[in-house]
Design a binder for this molecule. Structure first.
Ligand code: AHR
Length: 505
C-alpha cells in the first residue's frame, strides 16, 4: 500500500514538473511610457583595482594607443554601445583632489587611496580621462569630491573643464596642452554620501547644505551643466528620508537624483535572486513619487529625473580588494532585468551606469593582455544596440512564485520598446524559471506586425556557466522566425533572456 501511495505521489510531482507553463503578453504601440534616453546605456570607471590602471589605461600593453589607452577596451566600449562614462569614482572620489592629476606626469604625487587601500599614481587625471572619452566616443560624467573636497575644488574643476581660455583654471588647461574646453555636461555632487563607508560621510541635512553650495558655485561657473545629487545607496530604514531631504533642499539646482543598487545570490536561492529587481522597481517607484511630491509642494517646473548611476551583480568579490567578479548565466539574467526595469521606467530614469567597465565587476575582462567578454556583456550590448525610441507598457499574464520576502513574482520579466523611426518593435523577456520553458501567446493590439521576427537569445545549458578567456559559453545567438501579423506563440526557454525584434507594417 505504501508503495502505491509513493508511486502516485511521484507521478503527481513528475506530471506537475512536465506541465508546460503558459503566459500571455499584449502589446499596444500606442501605450507609451516615456522616451528612452540613450544615457540608459552608460557605464562607470573608477580608480579601483584594474579598472583604470591595467584596464582602460596600460601604456606598457601591446594593445596601447599613443596615449596609453587600450585599443581593445576602446573598441569593445564602442561595440557595447556605451553612451556615457562616470569617473573617477565611486568611493575613490571622496578623497580625490583633481589638481593631483594634471600637469607633467612625472611630477604628479603618489597618494594612498583610503577608499580601496591602493597607491594612486595620478597618471590618469582629467586630461587623460577626456582623451579616453573622446576615443571611446562616450560623454564624460565627472563626479566631484563631496567628502574631503572643498567648494572651491568643485567649481574650479568646472572652470578647468568647461571655461574658454582667459581664466586661471582654463588657462592652466591650455598650458597643459588643451586649449579647447571639454564642455563636460554631467556633474555628480559626490558619491554615496549616505554610507558610513564613505570618506566624509554626512547626514542628509549636512550633505544637502554642502551640496547646495557646491551646486550654486558650479552652475555659476557654467550654467549649462546638469547636476546629479547623491541619492540613496543602501536600503536600510532611512533611505527614503535621505532622498526626500536631498530632493527638497536641492530641488532648484539638480537635474537628477542618483540611485545605486547591487544584487547578489547570497542565499544560493535562484528564485530569490531572480526576484531582486522587483525591489529595484519599488525603489524607483517610491523615488519617482517623492520627486513628484517635492515638485508639487514647491511648484518646481523644471524636470528632475533619476540617474541610476551604479548598478550590477556584486557579491562574490565583496570585501576583496580588486572586485574581479566572474559572472555566470544567472547574473546575465539579472543584468537584463535591471535594463528591463530602466526601460519600464523610461519616463523617470534618464541615465543608468553599469558599475564598472573593465576588470572590476565588469562585462569585459583582461587576462594575459587579452580582452574577453563576461556573460553580462551580451544583454548590455543587445539593449544598447536595439532599444531606442518609446518605452511601451506591455500587459503580461503568467504564473508567479513566492521567494523569501518577495511575493507573487511573475516568471516572465518583460519590457517593450517601439522605435517610430525604424518601425521596429522590441519585446525583451527574461524567463526566470530555472527548468521550464514558457509558452507565450503574444498579441498585438495596434497596427500590423510584419511576418518575420529576429530572435536574439542569451542562454546556456547551465545557469552556472561562466565565460573564460578561452571559451564563450554564454553569448547571444540569433535566428529569424515567421510570425503572423496579429499575434503569435513563442516558447521562452528556461532561464533565458530573449529579445524579439519585429518590423511593424
Ligand atoms: O562600484 C564599486 C563601489 O560600489 C563604488 O566605489 C561605490 O560607489 C559603491 O559602493
Amino acid at each position: 500500500m505504501k508503495k502505491v501511495i509513493f508511486l502516485v505521489a511521484l507521478l503527481a510531482v513528475v506530471s506537475a514538473q512536465s506541465q508546460t507553463l503558459k503566459a500571455r503578453i499584449k502589446i499596444d504601440t500606442e501605450r507609451k511610457n516615456g522616451s528612452i534616453d540613450s544615457l540608459l546605456y552608460g557605464n562607470f570607471t573608477e580608480h579601483l583595482g584594474r579598472c583604470i590602471y591595467g584596464g582602460i589605461y596600460d601604456p606598457k600593453s601591446s594593445m596601447a594607443n599613443m596615449d596609453g589607452f587600450r585599443k581593445d577596451v576602446i573598441d569593445a566600449t564602442k561595440k557595447m554601445g556605451v553612451s556615457i562614462v562616470r569617473w573617477p569614482g565611486g568611493n575613490f572620489v571622496s578623497g580625490y583632489h583633481w589638481m593631483d592629476g594634471i600637469g607633467a606626469k612625472e611630477q604628479r604625487p603618489k597618494r594612498k587611496d583610503l577608499a580601496w587601500g591602493d597607491i594612486e599614481t595620478n597618471q590618469v587625471g582629467t586630461d587623460e580621462f577626456m582623451q579616453f572619452a573622446k576615443a571611446a566616443n562616450v560623454a564624460p560624467y565627472v563626479c566631484v569630491n563631496m567628502g574631503t573636497g572643498t567648494l572651491d575644488e568643485a567649481r574650479n574643476w568646472v572652470e578647468y573643464c568647461n571655461a574658454p581660455t582667459g581664466l586661471y583654471y582654463s588657462d592652466l588647461r591650455a598650458k597643459n596642452g588643451h586649449p579647447e574646453p571639454y564642455n563636460v555636461k554631467y556633474w555628480g555632487l559626490g558619491n554615496e554620501v549616505d554610507g558610513e563607508w564613505q570618506m566624509g560621510h554626512m547626514n542628509a541635512e549636512d550633505y544637502s547644505k554642502k551640496a547646495l553650495e557646491a551646486a550654486k558655485l558650479m552652475k555659476w561657473s557654467d550654467n549649462s551643466i546638469k547636476l546629479i545629487a547623491s541619492g540613496s545607496s543602501n536600503y536600510g530604514s532611512d533611505w527614503m528620508n535621505w532622498n526626500r531631504t536631498v530632493l527638497t533642499s536641492l530641488r532648484d539646482q539638480i537635474d537628477y537624483i542618483s540611485l545605486h543598487h547591487y544584487s547578489g545570490n547570497y542565499d544560493k536561492d535562484h528564485y530569490k535572486f531572480m526576484a531582486i529587481t522587483s525591489r529595484v522597481d519599488n525603489i524607483i517607484d517610491i523615488t519617482k513619487g517623492m520627486i513628484k511630491e517635492v515638485k508639487t509642494r514647491y511648484r518646481v517646473q523644471r524636470p528632475i529625473y533619476i540617474a541610476f548611476d551604479e548598478y550590477n551583480v556584486w557579491y562574490r568579490a565583496h570585501g576583496e580588494q580588486k572586485l574581479e567578479e566572474h559572472y555566470n548565466m544567472q547574473d546575465a539574467l539579472v543584468v537584463a532585468m535591471y535594463l528591463n526595469c530602466f526601460i519600464r521606467h523610461a519616463d523617470i530614469v534618464k541615465m543608468a551606469n553599469l558599475a564598472q567597465l573593465v576588470n572590476v565587476i565588469a562585462p569585459m575582462m583582461i587576462t594575459n593582455d587579452k580582452l574577453w567578454m563576461q556573460t553580462t556583456y551580451y544583454p548590455l550590448q543587445l539593449f544598447s544596440e536595439n532599444c531606442h525610441g518609446e518605452s511601451l507598457q506591455p500587459f503580461v499574464e503568467c504564473d508567479t512564485y513566492d521567494a523569501g520576502d518577495f511575493k507573487q513574482v511573475p516568471y516572465l520579466d518583460v519590457s517593450s520598446v517601439y522605435n517610430e523611426k525604424t518601425k521596429e518593435l522590441l519585446i525583451n523577456v527574461v524567463n526566470r524559471h530555472k527548468d521550464k520553458a514558457i509558452e507565450t501567446n503574444i498579441a498585438n493590439q495596434f497596427g500590423q506586425l510584419g511576418t518575420k521576427a529576429v530572435v536574439y537569445e542569451v542562454n546556456s545549458s547551465d545557469i552556472n556557466d561562466e565565460n573564460t578567456v578561452n571559451e564563450q559559453k554564454v553569448k547571444t545567438t540569433e535566428k529569424e522566425i515567421n510570425i503572423n501579423g496579429a499575434g503569435f506563440v513563442y516558447n521562452f526557454p528556461a532561464h533565458s533572456f530573449t529579445m524579439l525584434k519585429i518590423k511593424m507594417k
